[in-house]
Design a protein around this ligand. Structure first.
Ligand code: RB5
Length: 148
């Protein structure tokens, strides 16, 4: 699995914690920045990660900002992206099983580090169930092309 990851200044510390985990777990990843806590605009980081996942270059994306909201809104503008804003373990699991989410967004100012890392591990390991959920994913894709 190849993971694309980015944050803004509001998520910088958690990005570092996640890349530390990915390294220790032997999961391939690319850090799309930023490289410091200087103030940046989250769409500038959500966009490249979302495009890298949508193109198939990366399997999954992880985006961290202060709340996770700006990152998730921005990522979901890119066709093919199903970005889930997650702050609990249950939705981390079910958004993979039901929504086949390919990008995970979280807020560094919302949850603690232990929960955040458990969400990352849960989301990376959970599998899409397909079946009845696939037709719903297909309908989301139809909405993207305005043919809904
Ligand atoms: C930056 O202050 C903050 O607005 C950003 O990290 C994020 O929470 C936006 O949704």
């Amino acid at each position: 699995m190849k993971v694309a990851i980015a944050s803004d200044h509001g998520g910088f510390e958690y990005k570092a914690k996640i890349t530390e985990y990915l390294t220790s777990a032997g999961i391939e990843f690319k850090d799309f920045g930023p490289e410091s806590t200087a103030s940046v605009d989250y769409p500038d980081y959500a966009g490249p990660v979302a495009e890298a996942v949508a193109s198939g270059e990366f399997d999954r994306g992880i985006l961290i900002c202060g709340t996770g909201i700006g990152m998730s809104i921005a990522a979901n503008k890119v066709p093919g992206i199903r970005c889930a804003l997650v702050h609990d373990v249950f939705t981390a699991q079910v958004t993979r099983e039901h929504n086949n989410s390919n990008v995970l967004a979280m807020g560094q100012r919302v949850i603690g580090e232990g929960l955040m890392l458990l969400i990352v591990k849960t989301w990376l390991n959970a599998e899409f169930e397909g079946g009845r959920h696939q037709q719903r994913i297909d309908k989301i894709a139809q909405l993207e092309s305005c043919n809904g």
